[in-house]
Design a protein around this ligand. Structure first.
Ligand SMILES: Cc1cc2nc3c(=O)[nH]c(=O)nc-3n(C[C@H](O)[C@H](O)[C@H](O)COP(=O)(O)OP(=O)(O)OC[C@H]3O[C@@H](n4cnc5c(N)ncnc54)[C@H](O)[C@@H]3O)c2cc1C
Length: 393
């Protein structure tokens, strides 16, 4: 069993780490102090994404992306996840279901999004529909040659900078006909309702948008009518694995900062690292990161290079998201504790990560929903996907 990274993977990982250190981390203080970046900083950061060649890491070359496999995308996102302020969201990664579009949809939406000329946001959640997507009340009703969309979407991440939405709606109000529509933000009837404030500082916003009698043509249906849940599931799988990646990057940074602090900080005449209570917190952080990260790498490797099918990947992605996000929650709690009063100051990365990592147990399916997915997989297919190991034949 050879688990070593190839030299190409290693090089990519190093480049992503350098990008994080040289482009993203220097923006952290501005982002925290101003609750976001100035237009100049945004423009400079976007240019840096192009200069470093990190645009659309998650799409094929044919579709305008960089053609990395899922394992390589994970390696990159792990390094980006080290940055606070969700600055990892600056490099655009158009939603993966856009690859299911027709050629003309790709020309209109995906390829410009890969170039960074357009940006998408995925709108599923509503006031009454969160974990249970069948409760979605956004409707699509046929009127002559158009679809008429009505509904209100919550928590639309990067909706402030997006110029089109992947809108999850129910045709004729029927959850069996869940469908994803490609909706231009500039279309008549799209309205920003409000931009709520959240616990974390995030480089972009999560606004609420209303869609009021928005008319879209047939060629703005992504995939087919009734295929919406399947497409949204594809988005979840990728995002859950990338949450695994970013939480591991953030956890590793928190451990590095805590170890460094514990070695330097002296109380009672010696470094606090010499107190076993502190040393054991660091030990637990290291051991838990090792466990969660091993699982993340294994699942992404299996998906990209080990022949895992979509069902196996769906199950593994839930387990990865659950374990990595919960591990990160424990790691960052200890990091704040080790930093003492400094750990509570917003100027410290561990404080910011403490606020930022909390949402990873909520979005893209809460921890409870991941457990439900895993339980369902166990009931349907048994334990092997979780307890087995990929073999050559
Ligand atoms: C910062 C942020 C950004 C987001 N970005 C987006 C986005 O870009 N696009 C988008 O569409 N959505 C987005 N979301 C929404 C997010 O995916 C939902 O908040 C999440 O899926 C949970 O839904 P909910 O908030 O309605 O909670 P609910 O579903 O109401 O859940 C409330 C509680 O009940 C529990 N619960 C619910 N059902 C069950 C069950 N069957 N078994 C056990 N426990 C259960 C949950 O685990 C949770 O603890 C975002 C949310 C946040 C906070």
């Amino acid at each position: 069993m050879d688990m070593r990274l190839t030299s190409a993977d290693r090089e990519l990982q190093r480049k992503a780490r350098d990008f994080t250190d040289q482009v993203l981390v220097p923006l952290e203080d501005e982002c925290e102090e101003n609750d976001g970046l100035s237009p100049q900083s945004h423009a400079a950061a976007a240019q840096a994404v192009r200069d470093w060649d990190f645009q659309a890491i998650n799409h094929t070359v044919q579709d305008g992306g960089l053609g990395y496999d899922l394992f390589q995308v994970m390696l990159i996102e792990e390094q980006w996840g080290r940055a606070t302020g969700a600055l990892w969201d600056i490099p655009w990664r158009p939603s993966i279901p856009l690859a299911r579009g027709t050629e003309s949809q790709k020309e209109r939406f995906l390829r410009p999004a890969c170039r960074g000329d357009r940006r998408d946001a995925y709108a599923i959640t509503e006031a009454g529909a969160g974990s249970d997507h069948t409760m979605v009340e956004t409707t699509a009703v046929r009127d002559a040659d158009a679809w008429v969309l009505n509904g209100t979407k919550w928590h639309v991440t990067s909706g402030d900078v997006a110029d089109f939405f992947l809108l999850h709606a129910h045709v004729e109000g029927d959850p069996e006909k869940a469908t994803v529509f490609l909706v231009d933000k500039a279309a008549p009837g799209v309205r920003l309702v409000r931009t709520p404030k959240y616990m974390h500082t995030f480089v972009f916003e999560h606004p609420i948008f209303a869609f009021e009698d928005v008319r879209v043509a047939d060629d703005q249906v992504l995939g087919e009518v009734g295929q919406g849940f399947e497409l949204t599931k594809e988005w979840f799988v990728e995002e859950r694995l990338m949450i695994g990646a970013r939480t591991m990057g953030a956890s590793t940074r928190a451990l590095e900062l805590s170890l460094d602090f514990a070695k330097r900080r002296e109380q009672f005449g010696k470094p606090i690292m010499s107190f076993q209570a502190v040393e054991f917190m660091l030990a637990d952080m290291a051991a838990e990161i090792m466990a969660a990260k091993s699982m993340l790498y294994r699942a992404c490797w299996q998906a990209a290079r080990g022949g895992a099918d979509r069902k196996q990947l769906h199950a593994m992605a839930s387990a990865v998201k659950l374990v990595c996000s919960e591990t990160a929650g424990r790691v960052i709690d200890r990091a704040v504790q080790i930093h003492g009063g400094r750990g509570y100051m917003r100027e410290q990365p561990v404080e910011r990560l403490y606020r930022e990592l909390r949402v990873d147990r909520i979005w893209e399916g809460t921890s409870e929903i991941q457990r439900a997915v895993i339980g369902n997989e166990l009931a349907k297919r048994g334990v092997d996907v979780f307890t087995g190991w990929p073999a050559e034949d």
